[in-house]
Design a protein around this ligand. Structure first.
Ligand SMILES: Cc1cc2nc3c(=O)[nH]c(=O)nc-3n(C[C@H](O)[C@H](O)[C@H](O)COP(=O)(O)OP(=O)(O)OC[C@H]3O[C@@H](n4cnc5c(N)ncnc54)[C@H](O)[C@@H]3O)c2cc1C
Length: 367
């Protein structure tokens, strides 16, 4: 009977079993041992078969899947690939992430003359691929977590992985107006820290009335000749201290009860003006601005993971110790868990941390 005891344990030992097939195998093995305790002579054969099955299944299982190919996902891919983990990157609907939508990036370390966002992303992609990362355009659409196992649905196919890195980013909210996609990076942006310095001594506008809009407006006064703060209500939603600062700043001119109804580009496709409508009087007018900063919030891309991991009220995932989730083997990186900094370099930093944590986790599993 000594050997019968490991029947249940055997399924937990060594490398992690995969879900359905392994569970079926384990159930068969366990019931056999329970029903036929006297036939111990056959057990080594069955255990060997189980071990063999487990070996086969671990070949089918991914070591590391990374969701997202922005700065966080690609940095994680570089680190995981260099650690020989052969990661699979699910790129989702926006391969390259947010940086692929912008033009010059001047604050990513290592590029004193700046670098185009898409080029920076191509470089990271090539670097990850060179070390063995694999890429798929699939989108993560579901997640199943059970004990040590992780299953991720890539489009319609369930994949099993020992470690998962979620780097699915956050999407800035825009207004949904005509030409929006074309104008992003050409006078339309959602990031004052990123793009403010490009608009020196010209008028710009910020859309929004919350703390982000207040913060962005104040930051932009360092560069712009004038900052119009366009808000659909008659006062700010921001905290009192931020609202007071905005209202006290002579460079900022609030335009209340007003919405932007149209972006007006010049002949080169750069933002030249916006069309405004007063929601109370219905009066319309044009306002000349060189850049529109939309500050109406972000939506973290976490639909596929809803309810499975800790998240705050707005859906941002909650990471502890930089990149750990509450579930063993699941790590988090980049803007999907960052409601504060939202920068390429911070996303890359947490991508690195997530991959190093995943590598450590896998080493522990193998012991
Ligand atoms: C216009 C603009 C200009 C910017 N300029 C700068 C700058 O100059 N300097 C700077 O430091 N930062 C800048 N930023 C911010 C910077 O781009 C972000 O902080 C950074 O891209 C975050 O990286 P990330 O990898 O966390 O997420 P993202 O870049 O958002 O990438 C998310 C990735 O996840 C994928 N994804 C999402 N959901 C799924 C899913 N369900 N399944 C599979 N994949 C999924 C997406 O397809 C994408 O590949 C700018 C942002 C914008 C929008």
């Amino acid at each position: 009977m000594d050997r019968a005891a490991p029947s249940g344990d055997a399924t937990n030992a060594a490398s992690p079993p995969s879900f359905s097939i392994e569970v079926a195998a384990a159930t068969t093995a366990r019931s056999t041992f329970v029903r036929e305790p006297a036939r111990c002579g056959q057990m080594p054969v069955r255990l060997a078969l189980l071990a063999h099955l487990r070996g086969m299944l671990s070949l089918l299982m991914e070591k590391v899947i990374i969701v997202g190919s922005g700065c966080a996902g690609l940095s994680a891919a570089i680190y995981a690939a260099r650690a020989n983990l052969n990661p699979l990157v699910l790129e989702g609907r926006q391969p390259g992430g947010q940086l692929s939508t912008t033009t010059l990036v001047e604050n990513y370390p290592g590029f004193p003359d700046g670098i185009d966002g898409p080029q920076l992303i191509i470089n990271m992609h090539d670097q990850a691929e060179k070390f063995g990362a694999r890429f798929s355009y699939a989108e993560a659409t579901g997640l199943e977590l059970d004990n040590k196992h992780v299953r991720i649905k890539a489009d319609d196919e369930w994949l099993e992985t020992q470690a998962l890195i979620i780097a699915s980013g956050a999407s800035a909210r825009y207004l949904g107006l005509e030409n929006e996609d074309k104008l992003i990076g050409h006078g339309l942006t959602s990031c004052a820290t990123c793009d403010g310095a490009f608009y020196k001594n010209v008028p710009v506008c910020v859309i929004g009335g919350g703390d982000s809009a207040a913060e962005e407006s104040l930051f932009l006064t360092r560069f712009a000749s004038k900052v119009y703060l366009i808000h659909r209500r008659d006062k700010m939603r921001a905290s009192k201290i931020m609202a007071d600062r905005v209202l006290a700043n002579k460079k900022i001119e609030p335009i209340w009860n007003t919405v932007v109804t149209k972006y007006i580009p010049d002949e080169k496709g750069e933002m030249r003006a916006v069309r405004l409508r007063n929601v109370k009087t219905k009066e319309e007018r044009e306002l000349a601005v060189a850049c529109v900063f939309v500050a109406i919030g972000h939506d973290p891309n976490t639909k596929a993971f809803a309810g499975k991991l800790d998240a705050d009220r707005e859906g941002y995932l909650i990471a502890k110790n930089l990149a750990e989730s509450k579930h063993p083997g699941v790590f988090i990186a980049g803007d999907v868990a960052d409601r504060v900094y939202k920068q390429a370099v911070t996303a890359a930093g947490t991508g690195c941390a997530a991959a190093m944590d995943a590598e450590r986790y896998l080493s522990e599993l193998e012991r």
